[in-house]
Design a protein around this ligand. Structure first.
Ligand SMILES: [Zn+2]
Length: 404
């Protein structure tokens, strides 16, 4: 008896095994094309204010979906506290987003006592992904640097930049480099050192077009050629001709040609800077600048919907923005927009004048620093469902890497 039943059981279990293989085990492979967009300082209120402004431009009071990403099918909420503070800074938050681990404010890509953390960008590179690190603020600023560097202080800009050649990453883009010749201005040009190690640094699109066949490129604004990028300059000059959307478009164009997988992190860094200054109209323009870049990724997603993941989030909120200032029941976008245009979209208004305008427009800023409110997360595409719910900012990298 035993000798006849045993083979039958074997055959049955083999059939079951084959069957369960054929029965569509969920596809747990990683998206081939991954985009992570980080609006620095872009809390829920920054997005809501921008959508309210867009509604005003359309003669309406509100409505969701005026920004490209607010209608993405999966939404979540992420806490942002750092290892030592309730309210994070961009390097601790960037580290959490890039490595899945917390650190102290002002520390970058390593533990508070100096143990280097590995960003998953390196794991993706090992898996054959091309890597693009993009920001409209300097390449060595906290958020982009979190995805490639380690430093005891986020303001070790020179030392952070010198870590770029060792990454082997394919494409960087940003405003330029802070501390181009070191803190005291006595060191060798950052770009010369980086170029001596195999990278090409292109300043402006004209230079880029001539140099774009180089294997590894860092694309910077023309205005910053051979000079230090400036911190906290919100408005671009005429020479700063490359928009964040163009940077993302350039990365996609470079990467898509040979069909290899890629990961692109793109930061809208000036939303934070405008929010530190409580400049409402400038902030909405910066959110729209990020949105234009996200639209480039969304176009790509539409052509590759089964292989692409887009995640949009923030590192923290800035300015404690609330959409009321105890001044009636309407926002006065018309007055804010007029004043901003009269000021020629520059910081010619004093802080007092600016605060007065915000108050009259019923837009309330409670701080010139960061706040501790959780930030929204929006996702679409392959693996996007993982981003539903409430979690910590360290979980975002785990969700991208399917590590949980
Ligand atoms: Zn900030």
């Amino acid at each position: 008896m035993k000798s006849t039943i045993f083979p039958i059981i074997c055959i049955l279990s083999a059939m079951l095994a084959i069957n369960s293989c054929n029965n569509a085990a969920p596809d747990k492979t990683q998206a081939k094309y991954i985009f992570l967009f980080i609006g620095d300082g872009m809390g829920q209120a920054q997005m809501a204010a921008t959508e309210s402004y867009l509604a005003y431009k359309n003669g309406e009071l509100g409505g969701i979906g005026r920004l490209s990403f607010t209608k993405f099918p999966y939404t979540g909420m992420a806490t942002t506290y750092s290892a030592n503070k309730s309210i994070t800074c961009s390097s601790a938050a960037g580290t959490a987003l890039a490595t899945g681990r917390k650190t102290n404010n002002h520390v970058l890509g390593q533990s508070p006592d100096g143990e280097p953390y590995r960003s998953y960008t390196y794991d993706l590179k090992d898996k054959g992904y091309r890597i693009g690190i993009i920001s409209n603020v300097p390449v060595n600023h906290a958020t982009p640097a979190s995805f490639y560097a380690h430093a005891a202080s986020r303001s070790d800009y020179y030392e952070i930049s010198l870590q770029i050649p060792d990454t082997g990453f394919d494409f960087f883009a940003g405003d330029g480099f802070l501390d181009f010749n070191g803190k005291k201005g006595d060191k060798e040009d950052i770009d010369s050192i980086i170029e001596s190690k195999g990278y090409t640094v292109s300043y402006g699109m004209t230079e880029y077009e001539a140099e774009k066949d180089a294997e590894k490129i860092i694309l910077c604004q023309a205005a910053n050629k051979k000079t230090a990028s400036k911190d906290y300059v919100v408005e671009h000059t005429e020479d700063q001709d490359i928009s964040l959307a163009e940077m993302v478009e350039t990365a996609i164009d470079r990467f898509k040609a040979d069909g290899k997988p890629f990961f692109i992190m793109a930061e809208g860094g000036t939303i934070d800077w405008a929010s530190h200054d409580n400049r409402t109209m400038s902030m909405t323009e910066k959110v729209l600048e990020l949105d234009a870049a996200i639209k480039e990724a969304y176009e790509f997603y539409l052509a590759h919907p089964d292989e692409t993941l887009i995640v949009v989030t923030a590192d923290h909120e800035t300015g404690g923005l609330t959409l009321t200032d105890d001044n009636g029941e309407m926002f006065d976008w018309e007055m804010l927009e007029d004043s901003w245009e009269k000021a020629d979209k520059q910081d010619v208004l004093s802080d007092e004048e600016n605060a007065g305008l915000n108050g009259k427009a019923n837009i309330g800023w409670s701080s010139t620093g960061h706040s501790g409110i959780p930030v929204p997360v929006y996702a679409i595409g392959k693996g996007a469902e993982k981003f539903s719910g409430c979690y910590d900012n360290t979980d975002i990298s785990k969700k991208i890497m399917l590590a949980e």
